[in-house]
Design a protein around this ligand. Structure first.
Ligand code: NAD
Length: 435
């Protein structure tokens, strides 16, 4: 099928290359000419495992084209909308990019074609956009097909998602949309992927409620970590024990620095803003606590660092291992790790920061941090080591070797990802989260 993908960020670039991998002919559009140039040359503009390979394969097959010219989408049967919906100044989602993309796209859409939203949007957006599209291009249909990919696993999650959700209008237009999307995802559906057909607002809500639930689960265990710390309990053992109950489950129950990235934080805030607009703000009051618990983790680590350094961090050498909001990504949007590194710098510490992939993205936001190109360089003569992103490279550090590099053997394991016993045995003062 001829498909267009509008917006080539973390979601759109992976989606476009994955659609080509599934055999479709793809035109991918972005307003950023540098990004388009890099993608066209087979150079992934961000770190995502597997993306360079499927991108190269798509380019070699001749099934993908990258452009800044919207006119090239003409003739695509399905137009995926994958532009950003960042947090606006009030906490609500900034819809500028969606509105501008729709305005640029609409003149090139014809009757019988489908505009398929993938971005995460406030409930009610699809109905609004559908009305506009209907007026401009009678016979074109707007549907919503939210995306659940996890950065670090984005290719796998796009090609083999755990479910597909189609938000469609009622009537024949809805049935045609289901047929078109079934054709797009034929390979995926043949693998037995569950597919749920719902109305437009349900599809929008599925996405934000999934993220609200995940954020709540993380903040729940971090709240338990706060209590475990003062009660002398171990939150990791607690999570193992409650996780055996399959109504609870062990996943997403790792206490640490909390969530960050380009989705969960802004999505829970936008969800609250939208609920308030709809007159049901109370229903999501609890998300304010979820957000507050999450942000407290960062302050807690800064306080702990200060305590471990004898009351003040000023003038001390601090090794920060990890800057990305999660491992296997170079995404530092709202990253707890980068936030903590920046706060320590502000308090006068000499911060030596290293991330296997995110030094360059972090440097764009915080150019004043000192970035080094190996864990070993960061650790040299450190008074305190902070592990803030659970990259495998850090999990597998040999504490016996690290102890010889640092000035003082003190470590904060912000992700509970180190072997506490091994680090303690090597002579480190070890502090985990909630342990
Ligand atoms: P991003 O910022 O990485 O990418 C957005 C892209 O859209 C950028 O390349 C930007 O240049 C482009 N763009 C902006 N305005 C445009 C326009 N008018 N026309 C064409 N392109 C335009 O953001 P992202 O992480 O890819 O997220 C995109 C959407 O997907 C958001 O709504 C996000 O919440 C949602 N989402 C993201 C993920 C994820 O893990 N990143 C997962 C699921 C859903």
């Amino acid at each position: 099928m001829r498909i267009s993908v509008i917006g080539c960020g973390y979601l759109g670039a992976v989606h476009a290359a994955s659609m080509a991998k599934l055999g479709h002919e793809v035109v991918a559009v972005d307003v950023d000419p540098v990004k388009i140039e890099r993608l066209a040359a087979g150079d992934a503009p961000f770190f995502e495992p597997g993306l360079p390979e499927i991108l190269a394969e798509a380019i070699a097959s001749g099934r993908i084209r990258f452009t800044t010219d919207y006119a090239e989408v003409a003739g695509s049967r399905v137009h995926f909308l994958a532009v950003g919906t960042p947090q606006g100044p009030t906490g609500a989602a900034d819809m500028t990019y969606i509105d501008s993309a729709i305005a640029s796209l609409t003149p090139h859409v014809a009757a019988g074609e489908f505009v398929v939203g993938k971005s995460t949007v406030p409930v009610g957006t699809a109905a609004r956009l559908a009305a506009g599209l209907q007026d401009a291009v009678p016979g074109a249909t707007l549907v919503w097909n939210p995306e659940f990919l996890r950065e670090g696993f984005a290719v796998q999650d796009t090609i083999s998602p755990d479910r597909l959700v189609y938000g469609v209008p009622s009537g024949p237009a809805g049935s045609s949309a289901v047929e078109a999307l079934d054709e797009v995802y034929a390979t995926t559906l043949a693998e037995g992927t569950p597919r749920l057909v719902v109305n437009l607002p349900t599809a929008e809500l599925v996405k934000v409620s999934a993220n609200a639930f995940l954020a709540t689960k993380i903040s729940f265990i971090n709240a338990m970590a706060e209590i475990a710390e003062v009660a002398g309990a171990d939150v990791t053992a607690l999570a193992d024990a409650i996780g055996h109950d399959d109504r609870i489950g062990r996943k997403f129950l790792n206490a640490g620095l909390g969530f960050g990235g380009g989705c969960l934080p802004k999505d829970i805030r936008a969800f609250q803003a939208r609920a308030t607009e709809l007159g049901v703000g109370e229903s999501l009051d609890f998300l304010a606590d979820v957000d507050a618990i999450n942000l407290r983790r960062r302050a807690h680590v800064v306080t702990l660092a200060s305590e471990l350094l004898g009351g003040a961090v000023a003038g001390k050498r601090v090794a920060v291992l990890g800057l990305a909001f999660k491992p296997n990504s170079d995404d530092v949007r709202d990253s707890p790790a980068l936030d903590i590194a920046a706060r320590l710098l502000e308090l006068g510490a000499t911060v030596s920061a290293y991330d296997p992939e995110a030094n360059h993205t972090a440097a764009r936001i915080h150019p004043s941090l000192s970035y080094v190109d190996s864990a070993s360089a960061a650790l040299q003569d450190a008074d305190l080591v902070l592990v803030l992103t659970e990259w495998n490279e850090f999990r597998t550090l040999d504490p016996a070797a690290v102890v010889a590099q640092v000035a003082s053997p003190v470590v904060i394991d912000g992700r509970n990802c180190l072997d506490r016993d091994a680090w303690t045995a090597a002579g480190f003062t070890y502090r985990g989260m909630g342990r």
